[in-house]
Every structure is written in structure tokens, then in C-alpha cells.
Write a protein that binds this ligand. Structure first.
Ligand code: GTP
Length: 191
């Protein structure tokens, strides 16, 4: 009898723990790509921003927008567009270091957080990711080869920054320049 009670209690315990993890996962991860969703990415970025502001540790932020993504959807269909988003994440994740965080902050918009990284090093990382994305492709069920690229806006924490918004503002300006300059490029906004 005691054995039955104990095994039932254990089974309930593990089931509850599993469900709790499922819930946590759904709250923090983007359903399509499995990357941190916007809210979770912002939480992680906020944590790193506080650390940079308090201890003066370097911190870089890149915003990435897939190029002419509407064309991919229009040409190959929304499902292939979804596959491109997933492939982009896999390729980018592989080109990043373990400490870096890739988040999906919008439909075809992503952000990369690079803790303990100065601008010069971050530029190298962003350029490596850009090249990896450019070199990647996928083949559709109909045998069509789909290539894709991304534009990158990069910035780093400055001692005068009072909040994370300042970094996003600069990164967005750099991203705009990358798009205006013809896309598939890394642009930097240092101040
Ligand atoms: N397949 C798919 N498409 C998405 C998703 N989220 C956003 N999009 C599409 O992404 C496209 C973004 O298009 P635009 O904002 O016009 O930008 P763009 O075509 O990438 O052009 P540029 O940013 O100027 O290079 C829209 O067509 C959205 O419908 C998604 O989850 N899956």
C-alpha cells in the first residue's frame, strides 16, 4: 500500500514538473523557431544591460532583418518562408558563440545579444553570421533552391546609455543604413 502511495506521488510529481517545464518553454520560446521570443529576449538583454552599466563590462547588440522576405513568401509560399526562418536560426546559432543569444523579436526580425563583447569583436561575429547566412540555402519539396540574406545593424553599450532602448535605437539606425546601402551587409552605429 505504502509503495503504491509513494509511486503515485512520484508519478504526479514528475508529471507536474514536466508540465511546468512545458509552460515555461511556451512562455519564453518562439513557437516556430524555438529561439527566445521577444519578451524573453528583452528580459535577457535587460539583465545584461544592468550588468554592463553596473560593472562596465562590454555588451554588443545586433538587430537582423531578413532581406526582401516578402518576395520569398510571394514566390515560394508562406510555408517555405517559415522554413527559411528556421534555417536562418539554425545557421546563425551555429555561427555564434555559446554565450551569445539569438532572439526572434518580430516576424522576420531577430536580435543578437553579445555579452562581454566590444564593438570590434562584435563586428567580426556579425560578419561571420552574415556570411554563413549568405552561404546557406534550402531546397523546397518541389526541388527549388532558395537562398536568403540578412541585413545587420550593430552597436555596443556606451557609458552614457540609460536604458536598453538607446542600444536598440542605434542598432536600428545601423540596420536602416544596411538596408539603404543595398542589404546583405553589417553596418555599425558606434555613438
Ligand atoms: N513565412 C512567414 N512570413 C512572415 C512571418 N512573419 C512575417 N513574415 C513576412 O515577412 C514579410 C516582411 O516583409 P517587409 O516588411 O515588406 O520586408 P522585406 O520584404 O523583408 O523587405 P526589406 O526588409 O526591405 O528587405 C511580410 O511579408 C510578412 O508577412 C512568418 O512567421 N512566416
Amino acid at each position: 500500500m505504502l509503495l503504491l502511495v509513494v509511486t503515485t506521488a512520484l508519478a504526479v510529481f514528475y508529471r507536474v514538473r514536466y508540465l511546468q517545464r512545458e509552460l515555461d518553454q511556451r512562455a519564453t520560446r518562439d513557437f516556430l523557431t524555438g529561439m527566445p521570443n521577444r519578451r524573453h529576449f528583452m528580459e535577457l538583454a535587460e539583465r545584461e544591460f544592468v550588468r554592463a552599466a553596473r560593472h562596465g563590462t562590454p555588451l554588443a547588440l545586433a538587430v537582423v532583418d531578413l532581406d526582401l522576405f516578402k518576395n520569398i513568401n510571394d514566390t515560394y509560399g508562406h510555408e517555405v518562408g517559415d522554413q527559411v526562418l528556421k534555417r536562418f536560426c539554425a545557421v546563425t546559432r551555429q555561427a555564434l558563440r555559446h554565450l551569445d543569444t539569438l532572439g526572434r523579436v518580430g516576424g522576420e526580425e531577430f536580435a543578437i545579444l553579445l555579452p562581454d563583447t566590444r564593438l570590434a569583436a562584435a563586428r567580426e561575429v556579425a560578419e561571420r553570421v552574415r556570411q554563413a547566412v549568405e552561404a546557406a540555402d534550402l531546397t523546397t519539396a518541389r526541388g527549388e533552391r532558395v537562398a536568403f540574406t540578412g541585413s545587420f545593424g550593430l552597436t555596443a553599450y556606451l557609458p552614457g546609455d540609460t536604458d536598453l532602448t538607446a542600444l536598440f535605437r542605434r542598432a536600428d539606425v545601423a540596420l536602416y543604413e544596411a538596408k539603404a546601402g543595398g542589404r546583405n551587409a553589417v553596418r555599425v552605429q558606434a555613438d
